[in-house]
Every structure is written in structure tokens, then in C-alpha cells.
Design a protein around this ligand. Structure first.
Ligand code: GLU
Length: 410
């Protein structure tokens, strides 16, 4: 199944409950604009490399479109299309005044030098600068991109359009970025794990957690959960997974990873296991926070956790999702679980437009407020309708986007 088919299936399951007619469903599903560009750059050795870049703008009925840029070898039009739609539902369920978009370049950024990466980024902006900006579509970081890349994007965009840091979010704090943007997605996962546990009547100290992925999301989620007294027993990155039944000293792991080029290779404070074994660990909570499509029919029966928070976008295949639901596993879906990132992106945009900078405490407080409100609404909707949290989240999102579309006139 293609990534966009999976998103569509989740949409359709919920659309049934909202009473959308077929024409409206078709309208809400289709992207407003899909752009594919050629990004030709000169490499350090003088050779020419031709890459393909995308920006898919899914919906703008609730506001300017918003979504990250992914630099990864698996990026293709279908994946970007699916992620763009996810952004529409994510912004709607959290009630940010945005529509959804996503973009990316099919490239492995680790294989590029720093200068090459900068040239690729600037060339990409040259190709798409006229379709994004503060009031149309605002890019941000995603897999394989970071605050420095956002800084290059802003600088290149401003060469065409003049000063306006709100044209992109996730910038360095020295360059109009928001305090707390970098930690926001992981912190949000942590905040929501805490809320969810409260609803389920459980305690953090009795909750063992396995986190797949120790990048920006997994790392900050692990830190937050560890500090909130959860027992983080397993973490992982591309080098493999690390398991310690008594609980991993997350501060030590963070320190180790940051001092070893953001890799856990050689981390000896825990037993080395495989990423496959991590998925099947005897834990209460599992947090896939790396790639999409990691929980499938092949490994769903190994899962022993009864709570899953989707830190990554689209980590569970719809067939596996159905089985987990039948088994009574509580799944907090991506469009809620990882919405902390785009929420603080929104705060960054607001600060840029108002030329007024918030402190870290304010960012954290408002993030907590936005996510708590969204979570409570989703929980309520799921209980009222007796549906999964995913279906409830989509129902709320679809209702909002539908209403905005109708109010504006088609
Ligand atoms: N790429 C992130 C996401 O998938 C953040 C998007 C944003 O900040 O606009 O939600």
C-alpha cells in the first residue's frame, strides 16, 4: 500500500462518521497544488548532480499552508502527498489557523558536504520561492533538515521578496527562531504521554517505555519522560537498539549521542538488541519516533505494549492498526501525538509577524495548553462515539476543514 493510500484510508474511516458526500470527500482529499522541480547543483568535485524536489500544498481553507521539508533518499511524490494531507488534519485537530503542505528532496543529506547541502537548499528555494511565503505556505524542518537549513531558506527567499522571517519556521533562535522549537515535537509527545496515562488511570513510574528513534523527536521525548518519572527501558537509532530493564539513564545516553556525532554506536550502559527486538519488548508504552511504516502485518503480533504514541508520521500500517485496535491497544495517532512541533512553529510565526519575542517559559506553557485542549477534545469525541482516538482525531479535523471550506464558498 502506498503512503497516500494509508492516509486516505484513515480519512475515509472517519469521513463515514461525519456524513460527507462523495463530492466533498473528493474535494477534501485532493491536493490543491503539487509541484515537482529539478534541483541541479555543482558538487565539490565539479560534477553536476540533478536532484528532484517537491512541494505539495494540500489545503488552505483554514489558513496559510504549513509543513516541513524532508531531505531523505525515500522522498517521492506519493510520500510528500500523504504527508501534506497529514499536515492539514494535524493543524485542524490542534486548531492552528493553518492548512497543510509538505515538501522535500530525494537526497541523502549525509552524503553531501556542508557546502553542497547549502547549495542544494538555495537552489531548491530558487525553484519554489514564488509559491511559498508568510501568508501562503510556510515550510519548516522535518527528517534530514534542521535550523541551519531553515536559515538558508529564509536568507534565499528574502533575496527575492525582502525581509520577512515569517516565511519559514524552525529557524535558529539567533535568527528569529522560537525558543523551544527544537525540543517541541519530543516534548509534546512527552506531555501527551502524561495526559494519556492520567486518563488510563496509570502512573509514570509503573510505565516502561521503548522509544524507537533517538533523533530530534525521540531524544526529547526520552528526556521529558525520564524527568517525568517514566521508566525508559529502550532507545534506538540507526546503529541499533539499547535495552536496560531497570531503566536507561537518559541523560547519559543524550550526552553520549551528542558527543559521538549524534550516534549511540558503542553506548555500553545498556544491552545491545536489534530494532526489531525493540518493537516486541515487554513494555507498557511504545513510541515509534523514527521512520513511517515500521509497524506492519509482519511484526504486529510481536507487539506487547498496550499504549502506542506515534512520534513519527505514519508509523503504523492500516491493517496493523486494525489488529491493534481489536486487541484493545490505545494508540495516540501522529496528527495529535507529534503536533508539538508545528504548534511551536505557529508560535514562531506569530512572534515573527508581531516582532515580539517570547521567553522559553511562555512557549512551554502555551504548548502545554494547546496540546491539552486538543487531547481532551479527541478523548471526549472518542468516548462519545466509541471509536479509536485516531478516528476521533480525524472526525474533529475533517469537521473543521469541511466547515471552513463551506463557509468560504466553493
Ligand atoms: N515537520 C513537522 C511535522 O511533521 C513540523 C512541521 C512544521 O513545523 O510546520 O509536523
Amino acid at each position: 500500500m502506498k503512503a497516500s493510500e494509508a492516509t486516505q484510508l484513515y480519512f475515509e474511516n472517519a469521513a463515514d462518521k461525519v456524513d460527507l458526500d462523495d463530492r466533498m470527500m473528493k474535494l477534501l482529499l485532493a491536493a490543491k497544488r503539487e509541484v515537482q522541480v529539478q534541483v541541479a547543483v555543482e558538487l565539490d568535485n565539479g560534477e553536476i548532480e540533478t536532484l528532484v524536489g517537491y512541494r505539495v500544498q494540500h489545503d488552505n481553507s483554514r489558513g496559510p499552508m504549513k509543513g516541513g521539508l524532508r531531505f531523505h533518499p525515500d522522498v517521492d511524490l506519493d510520500e510528500v502527498r500523504s504527508l501534506a494531507a497529514l499536515m492539514t488534519w494535524k493543524c485542524a485537530v490542534v486548531n492552528l489557523p493553518y492548512g497543510g503542505a509538505k515538501g522535500g528532496i530525494c537526497v541523502d543529506p549525509k552524503k553531501l558536504s556542508h557546502k553542497e547541502l547549502e547549495r542544494v537548499t538555495r537552489k531548491f528555494v530558487d525553484q519554489i520561492h514564488d509559491i511559498f511565503g508568510p501568508h501562503t505556505d510556510i515550510p519548516a524542518p522535518d527528517m534530514g533538515t534542521n535550523h541551519e537549513i531553515m536559515s538558508w531558506i529564509r536568507n534565499q527567499w528574502e533575496k527575492y521578496h525582502g525581509f520577512n522571517p515569517a516565511c519559514v519556521t524552525g529557524k535558529p533562535v539567533e535568527h528569529y527562531g522560537a525558543e523551544g522549537r527544537e525540543e517541541a515535537t519530543g516534548r509534546g509527545v512527552g506531555i501527551l504521554a502524561f495526559k494519556l496515562l492520567g486518563r488510563l488511570g496509570r502512573k509514570p513510574k509503573d510505565t516502561r517505555v521503548a522509544i524507537q528513534g533517538f533523533g530530534n523527536v525521540g531524544m526529547h521525548a526520552a528526556k521529558f519522560l525520564h524527568e517525568a518519572d517514566f521508566k525508559v527501558v529502550a532507545i534506538s537509532d540507526v546503529s541499533g537498539a539499547y535495552y536496560r530493564p531497570e531503566g536507561i539513564d537518559v541523560a547519559k545516553a543524550l550526552h553520549y549521542s551528542l558527543n559521538h556525532g549524534r550516534s549511540l554506536t558503542g553506548f555500553e550502559e545498556a544491552e545491545r538488541i536489534s530494532n526489531t527486538e525493540l518493537i516486541g519488548l515487554n513494555v507498557e508504552m511504545l513510541i515509534p519516533a523514527a521512520l513511517g511504516g515500521v509497524i506492519t502485518m509482519d511484526n504486529v503480533n510481536q507487539i506487547r505494549a498496550n499504549i502506542i504514541l506515534e512520534g513519527a508520521n505514519g508509523p503504523i500500517h492500516p491493517d496493523a492498526d486494525r489488529i491493534l485496535n481489536e486487541r484493545g491497544v490505545t494508540i495516540l495517532p501522529d496528527i495529535v501525538a507529534n503536533a508539538g512541533g508545528v504548534t511551536v512553529s505557529y508560535f514562531e510565526w506569530v512572534q515573527n509577524l508581531q516582532h515580539y519575542k517570547w521567553g522559553l517559559n511562555r512557549v512551554r506553557q502555551e504548548l502545554d495548553h494547546v496540546l491539552t485542549q486538543a487531547f481532551d477534545q479527541v478523548w471526549q469525541e472518542a468516548n462519545d462515539r466509541q471509536v479509536s482516538l485516531r478516528t476521533a482525531a480525524y472526525v474533529i479535523a475533517i469537521r473543521r476543514v469541511h466547515r471552513a471550506t463551506v463557509l468560504a464558498g466553493i
